[in-house]
Design a protein around this ligand. Sequence first.
Ligand code: NAD
Length: 298
Amino acid sequence: MATITFIGLGNMGGPMASNLLKADHDVCVFDLNPAAVKELTGQGARSADSLQSAVKGSDVVISMLPASKHVKSVYLGEDGLVHHMAKNTLVIDSSTIDADTAKAVGSALADAGMRFIDAPVSGGVGGAKAGTLTFIVGGEHADFAAAQPILSAMGQNIFHAGGVGAGQIAKICNNMLLSVLMVGTSEALQMAIDNGLDPAVASDIMLQSSGCNWTLQKYNPCPGVMEGVPSSNGYQGGFMVDLMKKDLGLAMDTAKHSGSATPMGALAQSLYTLHSGQGNGKRDFSSIFELFNHTKED
Ligand code: NAD
C-alpha cells in the first residue's frame, strides 16, 4: 500500500482515484472543483486545503489534468509542487500533453531529486471506471518498474514506450488514429442510414467485416445503437471534443517537428475544429456524428 496524492478528479481522474482506494491505497485528493473532491472523500479519500499541503507525506503523486499549461503550472508554476514534494517522490503524470512539456517537467523534477514518468492513458471513461485502462509510459526503467504496482490498480495493459516523453508521442499517434476512425465510422453509418439501413444492423455487419474498429466495438457514435456510451446519453460525459481538438493540435505539432505526412490527421483536426466552433466543445467527441447528420438535414 502506498501513500498517494491524486490531482485532477474529472471524467478520468475521479474513477482512477476511486480504483486506487478500492486497492487499499491511502489516497489524498485535490481538485479545483469541490464537488469532485467531495465525491472521492465520500469513498474514503483524504482531502487537503491546498495543492501544496495535498502532497505532504506522499510517496507517489499522480496528476490527471486537462492540458500542458495545467501540468506545468501545478509542478513548476509559482509555489509549484517541485518546492513541496519530498525527495525521491515518484511523480506520474497521466494527462495527455506535449512531449516537450513532459520532458521539461521531468527534467526540473529530476534536478530537485524527484522521479518522473509520463503515463498517458487510453480506454476512455469506461476503462477508467472498470480499471482496465492502457497506460503508455515514458521514463527510466527503474521508475517504470516502481510505478507498475500502482498503475495496475487502474489499468490492465501497461506499456513502456521509451524515455520521458515517449509515452506522450505514442499516445498522440493513437489519438490521431482514433479521431480518423471516429470520423470514418460516423460518415459510413450516416451513409448506411441515408440508404435505408438500420444503423444497428449496419454496425453489426461492419463489426464482423473489414471495417471493424474500436469505435464500432466500444463507442458507437450513432444514438440508440449501443447502451452505456455517450451517443446514447446526449453525448454527455466521455471525452470532450475540445480535448480531442487539443490532442490533434499536439499531433500536428509533432508531425511538423518530425516532418511526417499526416493528411488524415490534418483533415480530422479541421473537422473537430469546425465541430467545436459550432458549440460542441464540451460534448463527447463521438458527437462528430452529428456533423454528417446535420449536413443531410440542411
Ligand atoms: P476533465 O476536464 O473531465 O477533468 C480535468 C480535471 O482537472 C477537472 O476536474 C478540473 O477541475 C481539474 N483541474 C484543472 N486544473 C486544475 C488544477 N490546477 N489543480 C487541480 N485540479 C485541476 O478531463 P478528463 O476527461 O478527465 O481528461 C483529463 C486528461 O486525460 C486530459 O489530458 C485528456 O486529454 C486525457 N484523456 C481523457 C480521456 C477521456 O476519455 N475523457 C481519455 C484518455 C485521456
